[in-house]
Design a protein around this ligand. Structure first.
Ligand code: AMP
Ligand code: GLY
Length: 425
């Protein structure tokens, strides 16, 4: 079968790597892709916002399956338009993608279906939001309702910080995303991400991961899309995983089906493991980035039959096998990220890193410029190490990172620190 993958980041390189390894995959196309995905298939230049152009391409190339990487196209209804044209697509409909696209939607959904999450209020004007904060007290969490590229959450330790965040959002500081604001209880616990494949009626557990959102070592600096991740995460024991499936994932699937908007695709639950058990922080409706880069190297089963089963509603017939090894990814970002990343600096010797045992390198923001590979985005490369412990995976990843010659980039040197500390007792 010919497969079309939508997206251009490290997540998509990892997916392209896994999909292209399947005996079921004849030709793999990636739109628009990056220099890394070009090693797994054929990059194609199509405007992915132009759904009719995508439909035409799928017909021309006899595409049997479209896999959508990022959330933007899903929220824009790409899955609906492809499905309407009779094309099989892995990823939720626009209506189901609201689980990521609107925090207020998700909070109300959780309340209706008894899914554990922080208590909350939803506001469309500053005065009532301020009154709620005054009544609840600090610390408290203020969130923009819509997609705000990781900038829409303010953890307010004082009432003043909370009120400043409310004023910033309602005065248009985050554009349309802040037209509505959600105010939440500040939950205490350990964070973990959990991924489940869903077909509308059935869900199967994939694996857990832990991302590192701050830009600099010691979890300092501004929030980013993620500077590194590892999988699995020790807090997600088999017992906790079973609770997450029973208390969070399955009720979500049942609720979405009951509302007539069944969820198909990857459900990515951002969780807080609290003293009372797992609670949902937020949903995403696609693989995480850089989480996908640590999930795919651990997946022992062919991913393509699982993606097709998710489209066809027969995931109950699929079991996925996972490596016992830990995978740990380090993101190499261009200097200036997450603010104004510098573009165009030359990157050398990726092949030396990729040639190491138990190491994979996934491209994100790179570009081929004549004979040079250059930086062309904020997060530029992901270097993944595999090992029997988080410590071993971490050593492998960083020794490969050190073989790459890129003065224009930087990375965190402490990805996995909490789990390594735990291993060392
Ligand atoms: P979100 O964009 O909703 O995932 O939030 C970004 C980060 O803010 C999360 O990864 C958590 O670290 C933190 N966070 C969000 N909501 C809460 C909450 N209610 N309690 C504690 N931490 C939170
Ligand atoms: N790494 C977090 C995300 O993909 O949303």
């Amino acid at each position: 079968m010919n497969i079309l993958l939508i997206g251009s980041g490290g997540r998509e390189h990892a997916l392209a790597w896994a999909i292209s390894a399947s005996p079921l995959c004849d030709r793999l196309f990636i739109a628009p892709g990056n220099p890394g995905t070009a090693e797994c298939g054929e990059n194609v230049v199509i405007d992915i916002a132009d759904h009719q152009a995508l439909v035409a391409f799928c017909r021309l190339r006899a595409i049997g399956l479209v896999v959508v990487g990022p959330e933007g196209p899903l929220v824009a209804g790409i899955a609906d338009d492809l499905a309407a044209a009779g094309i099989k697509v892995f990823g939720p409909s626009k209506a189901a993608a609201r689980l990521e696209g609107s925090k207020g939607f998700t909070k109300e959904f959780c309340a209706e279906f008894g899914i554990p999450t922080a208590s909350f209020g939803r506001f469309s004007d500053a005065a009532s939001a301020r009154a709620h904060v005054a009544a609840q007290g600090a610390p408290i969490v203020v969130k923009a309702d819509g997609l705000a590229a990781g900038k829409g959450v303010v953890m307010a330790e004082t009432l003043e910080e909370a009120n400043d965040a409310i004023d910033m959002m309602f005065s248009g500081g985050l554009g349309a995303a802040g037209a509505e604001v959600v105010i939440e209880e500040w939950m205490i616990g350990e964070e973990a991400s959990f991924f489940a494949l869903c077909d509308g009626a059935h869900a199967i557990a994939m694996a857990s991961a832990q991302d590192h959102k701050r830009a600099f070592d010691g979890d300092a600096g501004p929030n980013t899309g993620g500077m590194g991740a590892y999988s699995p995460t020790p807090v997600m024991t088999p017992e906790m995983e079973a609770r997450v499936m029973a208390e969070v994932v399955r009720p979500t699937l049942a609720g979405m089906a009951k509302r007539g908007t069944p969820f198909k695709g990857v459900l990515f639950a951002g969780l807080m493991v609290t003293a009372q058990g797992p609670k949902l922080i937020e949903y995403n409706v696609r693989f995480g980035d850089p989480e996908c880069e640590v999930l795919m190297p651990r997946l022992r089963s062919d991913i393509v039959p699982a993606l097709i089963a998710a489209c066809d509603g027969v995931l109950d017939q699929i079991t996925l096998r996972w490596s016992e090894l830990t995978a740990l990814s380090v993101v190499l970002a261009a200097k200036g990220y997450p603010g104004q990343p510098e573009k165009g600096s030359v990157i050398r010797h990726i092949e030396r890193a990729a040639a190491q045992d138990d190491v994979l390198v996934f491209h994100a923001g790179t570009k081929q410029a004549a004979l040079d590979l250059v930086a062309d985005g904020g997060r530029v490369l992901n270097v993944v190490g595999l090992g029997k412990t988080v410590g071993e995976a971490q050593r492998r990843a960083y020794s490969a990172v050190d073989l790459i010659d890129w003065p224009g980039g930087f990375c965190r040197r402490d990805i996995g620190w909490q789990a390594v500390q735990r291993e060392q007792g």
